[in-house]
Design a protein around this ligand. Structure first.
Ligand SMILES: NC(=O)c1ccc[n+]([C@@H]2O[C@H](COP(=O)([O-])OP(=O)(O)OC[C@H]3O[C@@H](n4cnc5c(N)ncnc54)[C@H](O)[C@@H]3O)[C@@H](O)[C@H]2O)c1
Ligand SMILES: [Zn+2]
Length: 351
């Protein structure tokens, strides 16, 4: 399956996302694979056997979100200069979203920009991080605050890499995939309800649909001025949950799952969705071992954290809500009272 990404508003030409067994790839330039020891340990030999290049090298960085920072970028750049990469050279991001974001960012600044391709090895990176051209790193002021919009030359998605992925990481990727179905495609949601994605065919099909939907959104809004914000369904709540739990308790996708349940209840409160549909989304999340509950200690504190990334508490918070299953509505005028009413459903009951 090949999904073309066409960026209509952009000066950059489009590229393809190929969903299949990784083909043999050959390049008449220098190629550097950027990966980490975990992914390399499982899959590097396989990747090396598929690549034919004028000169092939590997740069390994430490595994973990905590290394997604400028220090690591400087280390990667140093290695690229040592290996004397030129402007025609190519980088291959081989790993999850952390590797993808850092490799893309490095490619965007090495000698003002060289080509890179994405070979994502987590479900989250396959359905989300590798598509759309956002690259970057974290700093002490927050996540992904430094970076660039920089599109890869190609993306290759091979689900065989997922065989070694921890179950929890797989589920976290499922949360973003389910998100796409609830926002944009009722038929896709119903397919996910019926199918357990255990066959190669159905998992490929689900990833392809999710990528297609993300591509459709990104094509319209590469730089996140409008509809791309809809991809943040569940995320307004998730960011507060991640912040309250110091990014330790939940994987991002797990927090998004809880966030979607919260958004759905808010949507129900505004009569945009039925309780039956709220339950259907919940059941699909449960089917993929995702958490759906969270104990809020103090709903006022939780509410105020919505404004963390806003300039002042007078700014409006934008909520992305499902309008039934398969459609969305963006609201920035919901009363505090309504929001607190929903948060109260998650309030910890002291026993
Ligand atoms: N650019 C975007 O549009 C975008 C979108 C969503 C998320 N992101 C970013 O992506 C990152 C999260 O990505 P992630 O969830 O892939 O996390 P990750 O890259 O940290 O990978 C999760 C873990 O799985 C390991 N791993 C990767 N592939 C494996 C495999 N095949 N087998 C076994 N283990 C494997 C990794 O080494 C890591 O320990 C965050 O930094 C986030 O900001 C970016
Ligand atoms: Zn997300």
């Amino acid at each position: 399956m090949i999904i073309p990404i066409r960026l209509e508003s952009s000066t950059v030409r489009g590229y393809n996302v190929t969903i299949d067994r990784l083909p043999k790839l050959s390049f008449d330039t220098k190629v550097v694979i950027v990966t980490n020891p975990t992914v390399a340990g499982f899959h590097l030999d396989n990747l090396l056997s598929k690549i034919d290049a004028k000169d092939l090298d590997v740069v390994t960085v430490k595994d973990g979100e905590e290394y997604k920072n400028l220090d690591t970028i400087v280390d990667i750049l140093d290695e690229l200069f040592t290996k004397q990469l030129d402007r025609k050279s190519l980088l291959i991001a081989f790993g999850g979203g952390v590797i993808g974001d850092m490799t893309g960012f490095t490619a965007s600044i090495y000698q003002r920009g060289i080509d890179f391709i994405q070979i994502p090895t987590t479900l989250l990176a396959q359905v989300d991080a590798s598509v759309g051209g956002k690259t970057g790193v974290n700093n002490r002021f927050g996540k992904n605050l430094i970076g660039a919009f920089y599109q890869p030359k190609a993306v290759y998605i091979d689900i065989d890499f997922l065989k070694t992925l921890p179950k929890r990481e797989f589920s976290a990727g499922m949360a973003e995939l389910i998100k796409m179905s609830v926002m944009f495609d009722r038929e896709f949601f119903e397919f996910l309800e019926k199918d357990d994605l255990s066959s190669r065919d159905s998992l490929n099909r689900a990833i392809a649909r999710s990528v297609e939907l993300k591509a459709w959104v990104v094509n319209q809004d590469e730089k996140e001025a409008g509809i791309r914000a809809v991809l943040n369904y569940g995320h307004t709540f998730a960011h507060v949950i991640e912040n309250e739990t110091n990014y330790r308790e939940y994987l991002h996708g797990e927090a998004v799952a809880i966030g979607m349940v919260m958004a759905n209840l808010l949507s129900y409160e505004l009569a945009l969705i039925s309780l039956d549909e709220v339950d259907r989304v919940k059941n699909l999340l449960i089917k993929h071992n995702l958490p759906i509950t969270y104990e809020i200690r103090d709903i006022e504190i939780f509410y105020n954290k919505f404004f963390l990334d806003k300039k002042s508490s007078n700014s409006k918070i934008k909520f992305i809500l499902p309008k039934s299953i398969g459609d969305f509505e963006v609201r920035d005028n919901i009363s505090k009272e309504t929001i607190l009413k929903v948060l109260a459903k998650f309030k910890r009951v002291d026993r």
